[in-house]
Ligand binder design. Structure first.
Ligand code: FSO
Ligand code: SF4
Length: 554
């Protein structure tokens, strides 16, 4: 196996990356290899989807399937070999269909098709050992000895960035948002990656194209979420348990949460959000359900303890899942969509009765805990509503600086940087936050500035879109470039959604972003230097040094 896609990857002086029997996330070598083979096959589907489009065909099934199956290979998403193999076989049959249709269409039109990479024609073996043998072709660092390390780093940056965009494409699709233009651009880049290009400039351009693509995807997802559930509004959320039977919904997929809320009405079950589902509590069409009682627990990395202590059923709608056997709750956790863990019940379709039955069979919370409320719901609309007051306070000197502190959470001790950073921000500054990284400080008290809460929770990681909209609006009011605003981004990263959000920000020209706790291990010192020179991208150092640097510069 070779996997280096997330922040917790194994780093050794001899070489970085998870490359032995198992990754740090628990992914076994066979699973990792099968995921590589799946990605290889998906590149082949995309190559034919590009051809099909050129020939006037509409590869709509590939438009849906490729991003969805690609999502299954993100960190902490799917550990189930059989499901990965099913995706690979589906990719093969879809690719073969597209190939046949494209060849026919080309013959009719008298067009000669150029040769496509091997992934466009590989026939999968019938047994798992055969597939594992074929997976050797698909290792992401295949032939690394002969490839310049910066080229390899750029390939991985593109691969992991596009993976993040694929996840958001699938999140948008669930909310009935799809775009043929976005799909075409996605396949174009995926097919390009399938060519194993060694052209550093072309790869760098592709990385920026992925960022631009993802900006459109986040806009589409924002449209899907607000059309389905209304605009988030500032909302007080209880973070303590309430007496009664219980279901906990984690991950990002709010459509699943809505289905669960509908199907649990009148059943005496309380529904809680966990991790990245917290922002759902601010959407009018979700918060209207009285049995959506609050948020339980914190970010994904604490789930083994939090799910173990939760006396009800748990639904994992998307990333990030970790081994449920450790906390002995594998018999009461359910996976959805692209998520998978061997032996855990996977639910397809809209029927959650298995979850409801499980919740009813469990004891639930025996008593109410004293409520602790936090405020959420400052996405695009609420931020824009607050913008005039914010502008006024900037003009009269009450607000000196804006910080966007957020991203992914994780369990490394160094991540306390983000708690300390938020705590150390000056009292005349606002802190915008998003992603599960917010749990590092979202239960702390930050007070307000003339009635404006100092801590503004924008939402999920993809709601970076709202933060960008606010920055654009402020730059228009103050008639300056985004980079001239008193705004600093301090982002925690963990997995590939964060990589693509970073690429989005860079492709929009946002400069001087700080990321931590460590630089991606797949980037080389040269490439990090290029990113620093071009975009002012820096790694976090110490809270004191970073804050001094930021505030002196501003
Ligand atoms: Fe967190 Fe996991 Fe949203 Fe990520 S739950 S780490 S960036 O998948 O998706 O912030
Ligand atoms: Fe290692 Fe991260 Fe890959 Fe898991 S996802 S194998 S921890 S690099």
């Amino acid at each position: 196996m070779f996997c280096i896609q997330c922040e917790q990857t194994i780093r050794t002086p001899a070489g970085n990356g998870c490359s032995y029997a198992q990754g740090m996330c628990g992914k076994l070598a066979a699973t990792s290899d099968l995921q590589d083979l799946l990605i290889y096959m998906l590149k082949g589907v995309s190559a034919w989807a590009v051809k099909a489009r050129e020939l006037g065909l509409a590869p709509t099934e590939a438009d849906t399937f490729v991003p969805k199956a690609f999502f299954a290979t993100l960190t902490n998403v799917n550990f189930d070999d059989e499901r990965i193999i099913d995706y690979a076989r589906k990719a093969e049959s879809l690719r073969n269909e597209l190939k046949t249709q494209s060849i026919e269409a080309a013959q009719k039109a008298g067009i000669r098709l150029d040769t496509l990479p091997d992934s466009a024609s590989l026939l999968l073996g019938t047994s798992k050992p055969e597939l594992l043998e074929q997976a050797k072709l698909a290792l992401p660092n295949l032939g690394k000895e002969a490839i310049h390390e910066d080229v390899m780093a750029l390939r991985l940056l593109c691969l992991y960035g596009l993976k993040g965009a694929a996840a958001y494409i699938e999140h948008a699709r669930v909310l009935e948002q799809q775009s043929a233009d976005i799909a075409a651009e996605f396949h174009r880049i995926m097919a390009f990656l399938g060519t194993d290009s060694a052209d550093a400039d072309a790869l760098f351009t592709a990385a920026m194209d992925i960022g631009q693509l993802n900006f459109k995807v986040m806009a589409m997802l924002d449209e899907g979420e607000t059309a389905a559930f209304g605009h988030p509004e500032p909302t007080q959320v209880n973070t303590k348990p309430v007496k009664g039977k219980a279901i906990l919904v984690s991950g990002h997929d709010m459509k699943d949460l809505e289905l669960i809320l509908q199907q649990t009405q009148g059943k005496g079950i309380n529904v809680y959000t966990h991790g990245e589902m917290l922002p759902a509590l601010a959407y009018p069409e979700l918060k209207k359900y009285p049995h959506l009682v609050g948020n339980y627990g914190s970010a994904w990395q604490n789930q083994q303890k939090e799910f173990a202590n939760f006396p009800g059923a748990v639904v994992m709608t998307s990333n990030c899942i970790i081994d449920p056997n450790v906390g002995q709750y594998a018999d009461r956790i359910f996976t959805r969509s692209i998520v998978g863990w061997p032996g855990v019940v996977h639910l397809e379709g809209d029927d959650f009765s298995a979850v409801i039955e499980k919740a009813l069979s469990l004891e639930g919370f025996q008593y109410d805990e004293i409520p602790h409320e936090i405020t959420i719901g400052f996405a695009r609309n609420a931020l824009m509503a607050a913008a005039p007051a914010v502008v006024e306070n900037v003009k009269n000197g009450s607000i000196r600086h804006f910080f966007l502190v957020g991203g992914c959470d994780g369990d490394k001790a160094e991540r306390s940087y983000f708690t300390d950073f938020a705590k150390a921000t000056p009292k005349d500054s606002l802190i915008l936050t998003l992603g599960c990284g917010k749990y590092k400080f979202n239960k702390l008290e930050f007070g307000d500035i003339n009635g404006i809460p100092r801590l503004l929770d924008i939402g999920q990681c993809n709601d970076a879109y709202s933060a960008i909209q606010l920055a654009i609006a402020l730059s228009e009011v103050f008639e300056c470039d985004i980079n001239a605003l008193p705004l600093s981004l301090v982002l925690s990263w963990f997995e590939q959604k964060a990589i693509v959000i970073l690429l989005t920000l860079l492709s929009l020209g946002v400069k001087n972003i700080r990321t931590g706790p460590t630089p991606p291990a797949f980037l080389t010192p040269n490439l990090l230097k290029v990113l620093e020179d071009k975009f002012g991208l820096k790694n976090t150092t110490t809270v004191e040094a970073d804050l001094n640097a930021i505030l002196n510069v501003a």
